[in-house]
Design a protein around this ligand. Structure first.
Ligand code: TRH
Length: 377
């Protein structure tokens, strides 16, 4: 009998909750002899990441994962050997009650949000007693040896490397998205929340001596983009040119193709949690639009990541990156900080690959979860 895993995902908003849990579920099913069920309470965003999926199926098989619609009228279900509630979502009461009834109660884990803050190391893998008599383990992804690591599929970096070496493959991929970049142009992808700083960045790119192609998957940033361009109703396939800047609006693509997009680009603007990690595996410099939290808690998270990420850069390059990231997240003028980053372009590009390799030298999140389970039984 295969070891069974249940992963619960409550979609709060955007794509991050399902993005992370779907990626984890797929990896566990593909790389280990496990039976994996993913319970999702909203299938709409799932279908965007996995376009072959059905939005109204109570249960469906996708890439070896049994994807189940988690509805309010919960039907009695035998709990799995390992139960993961993601981002502190609340398991159905009947399921919680059934967990201690199993002959061997499940390993119960809460998969937490990603943060580079130091306290994460101290809280990772700590148990907490629950009302059903079981203990729940708080499992934290992270960037340090003392955390649960980052999601990274087997062979991901080899695939990425092969793709980045193959110009023809990249051109074919970009053509499939309707993009044919000019020789020597800089490629930048842009995935972000609404951002008042965008206009100043676009102005700097348009005035640059080097051409830029800006590739923008449709999403929340389109309003700011339209305002700067002075157009309305931008749709995937739209292309606009302003001096040195060519803007392409792309469709929202499946998760694997989003990786390829990041791999093609010289610089990636990403957001949230999952695209933030994928940009790091792309080995290219990037800009993170962090998910805003109450009481400005996200600034602490942003600085904690920068403190780690910038280690090893020259003081001037580190300052340039810190300034551009802070300006972007404050929605402030990007002109000066972007021009400072351009001054250090070779160094920040080398550093992105160095950071990627350093992070990849640690166990990935799925491997860390599996090891934790094996130690626990
Ligand atoms: O969508 P997000 O803003 O999700 C956020 C964050 O996860 C945040 O931490 C969380 O608290 C909040 O949701 C509720 O950003 P994120 O995490 O990058 O997720 C986007 C997903 O969409 C990711 O898996 C990549 C994927 N994606 C595609 O598959 N195709 C695309 O074309 C694009 C642009 C993204």
């Amino acid at each position: 009998m295969k070891v069974s895993w249940d992963i619960f995902c409550n979609v709060v908003d955007n794509y991050g909750d399902i993005g992370v849990t779907w990626r984890l579920a797929r990896q566990l099913a593909a790389e280990y002899p496990f039976a994996v069920r993913l319970w999702v309470d909203d299938l709409q965003p799932f279908v965007r990441l996995c376009p072959g999926a059905q939005v109204d199926a109570a249960q469906q098989w996708q890439e070896g994962v049994s994807v189940c619609h988690w509805t309010k009228d919960w039907q009695p279900t035998e709990p799995a050997d390992v139960v993961i509630e993601s981002f502190a979502c609340r398991l159905p009461q009947a399921y919680r009650d059934a967990m201690p009834q199993r002959m061997r109660p499940p390993l119960w884990l809460n998969l937490d949000y990603l943060s580079a803050e130091e306290w994460v190391s101290g809280c990772h893998a700590l148990p907490s007693p629950q009302s059903n008599g079981l203990r729940k383990i708080f499992f934290f992804p992270g960037f340090r040896q003392t955390t649960g690591g980052l999601l990274r599929e087997a062979g991901l970096l080899d695939q990425r490397h092969a793709f980045q070496q193959d110009q023809a493959l990249q051109r074919t991929f970009l053509r499939s998205l309707g993009v044919a970049p000019e020789e020597g142009a800089r490629l930048i992808s842009l995935f972000a929340y609404e951002n008042a700083g965008l206009a100043s960045w676009l102005t700097a790119l348009a005035a640059d001596s080097r051409r830029t192609h800006l590739l923008v998957p449709e999403g929340r940033i389109l309003g700011d983009l339209q305002r700067w361009l002075g157009v309305e109703g931008l749709r995937p396939g739209a292309m606009e040119v302003r001096d040195s800047l060519t803007v392409h609006v792309l469709p929202f693509v499946r998760q694997e193709d989003y990786d390829r997009l990041l791999w093609c680009c010289d610089f990636n603007a990403v957001r949230g949690e999952d695209s933030f990690v994928r940009a790091q595996w792309a080995g290219r410099p990037f800009l993170w639009h962090i998910y805003e939290q109450d009481d400005d808690a996200h600034w602490v998270k942003l600085d904690a990541f920068l403190d780690l990420y910038l280690l090893g850069l020259s003081p001037a390059a580190a300052q340039a990156l810190r300034d551009v990231w802070r300006a972007w997240n404050a929605g402030q003028d990007m002109g000066q900080s972007w021009s400072d980053v351009l001054q250090h372009w070779p160094e920040v590009t080398r550093h992105a690959e160095y950071w990627c390799q350093e992070q990849a030298s640690r166990a990935d999140l799925a491997a860390a979860l599996v090891q934790f389970y094996r130690n626990w039984i």
